[in-house]
Design a protein around this ligand. Structure first.
Ligand SMILES: Nc1nc2c(c(=O)[nH]1)N[C@H]1C(S)=C(S)[C@@H](COP(=O)(O)O)O[C@H]1N2
Ligand SMILES: [Mo]
Length: 412
């Protein structure tokens, strides 16, 4: 278990989390009937127990996942005490259709298009023989946090009602995309690079949008994008793109195309429904054609606590959480125990890869029994601070406001 950093405190918390789970009040997918749940149901159906998810290969135990149709989000309380990386069995899954099973022995990556002097293909073993890099990076869905537009801001949005579990950090190993593009003779006038997945075409409302694909500019493709074949020191699992996926650090998760089968390189701009119809901001605050296609993620924070966690009054708790930003490093995190009236600086600790999260903790000694709202607000190195509200967009992308995390303090 290379990434475990268990200590006594973590074990105590884990035991406590187990007790809370048996008490039954913790769970997103299991607590029936709250006001949250009705608002969510009105927006996009109800989060299903992870067992009801379709098309995902790995087991989705309800203690670690909340299911949403073809997707499964990570429960944040499951991150308590598990180290910097999210293990492959706990990593969230976002599938437009379902996980394909692809044989690495016959898989090939085709490089084609007007922006290449030497169009060619690579087999799996050929890719493994090229110089490799290893990087820590987050993958985060652009829709992560979407449900809070409804539950916190009272707004209608459509799409998967993620809480904050549509993110994970892993250690990726693979070949820089630049290496492969150079070997295929990328031309100086190439502008866009469009990888495409081998999963089934995406059909929505009777429209066949074709296979999942989305262009990225050559400048980003050559900068830090990886063709990854390992996740946390293991071959990429089926659900996360086996045999090879893109990792596009700091950008919305969609850019990190899984099960990549071909890459088009073009001297003229490329489009797909994923950069024209989806993954742009639409709505009252945006032009009719939408914002430009989304690129980097915003700033967000999460507590490693169950939703409606129960804490005993009169004893100190060390609250743990993580914060991250698509703009760079997290410079500071403040926490409020009183719904935003007063703020206290959290202690950042451990590693912090730039395109991934930092961990933090803070001590709270709750005195008053009753419901409380915990808030965590991060500031990144570019000075961007999580706002109190996020401007609405119809698809509910990039919710970056401070999340109101409900907890219940009981007389111990
Ligand atoms: N081929 C393909 N690639 C894909 C997707 C997909 O459905 N098909 N989903 C994208 C989206 S929207 C996200 S958020 C990430 C999720 O990666 P994960 O499932 O490994 O967590 O994969 C991206 N790559
Ligand atoms: Mo996504």
């Amino acid at each position: 278990m290379p990434y475990e950093d268990l200590n006594d405190e973590a074990v105590r918390h884990r035991t406590r989390a187990g007790q809370l789970a048996r008490g039954g009040r913790d769970g997103g997918g299991h607590d029936r009937g709250g006001r949250d749940r009705l608002r969510l149901a009105a927006v996009d159906g109800e989060p299903v127990p992870a067992g009801g998810v379709t098309g995902i290969v790995k087991p989705l135990p309800p203690e670690t996942f909340i299911g949403h149709g073809t997707n499964a989000e990570m429960r944040w309380e499951a991150m308590r005490g598990v180290g910097y990386h999210v293990s492959n069995d706990r990593f969230f899954v976002r599938n437009h259709t379902s996980t394909p099973i692809i044989d690495a022995a016959t898989w090939r990556l085709e490089l084609h298009g007007t922006g290449l002097r030497n169009p060619r293909s690579f087999g799996y073993e050929e890719l493994l023989a090229l110089p490799a890099v290893t990087r820590d990076a987050a993958i985060e869905c652009a829709g992560n946090g979407r449900s809070f537009f409804a539950t916190q801001q009272g707004q209608e949005i459509s799409g998967t009602p993620w809480r904050l579990g549509g993110i994970g950090v892993a250690r990726w190993r693979g070949v820089p995309l630049a290496t492969v593009l150079e070997r295929a003779g990328i031309t100086p006038d190439a502008v866009d690079v469009m990888p495409r997945g081998l999963d089934a075409p995406y059909v929505a409302d009777g429209v066949d949008h074709g296979r999942v694909r989305r262009p990225i500019p050559v400048s980003k493709a050559l900068k830090d994008v990886i063709l990854a074949y390992e996740m946390n020191d293991r071959p990429l699992p089926p659900d996360h793109g086996h045999p090879v996926r893109l990792i596009v650090p700091s950008w919305i998760g969609l850019a990190s195309i899984k099960w990549v089968g071909d890459i088009e390189v073009s001297t003229s701009p490329l489009t797909s429904p994923w950069n024209t119809e989806f993954y742009r901001m639409f709505g009252a605050a945006y032009p009719p054609e939408g914002s430009p296609p989304l690129t980097t993620q915003g700033v967000r924070s999460a507590f490693e606590l169950p939703w409606h966690a129960t804490l005993a009054a009169g004893r100190p708790y060390v609250l743990h959480g993580r914060s991250w930003s698509g703009n760079g490093r997290i410079a500071g995190v403040e926490v409020s125990f009183d719904g935003g009236a007063t703020w206290h600086r959290a202690q950042l600790r451990g590693p912090h890869a730039v395109p991934a999260w930092t961990r933090w903790h803070i001590t709270w000694n709750p005195q008053q029994a009753g419901p409380h709202t915990l808030l965590a607000r991060a500031t990144d190195e570019t000075g961007v601070v999580q706002p109190a509200r996020t401007t609405h967009n119809d698809y509910g992308y990039l919710f970056d406001a401070v999340v109101h995390h409900p907890v219940i303090v009981v007389n111990g």
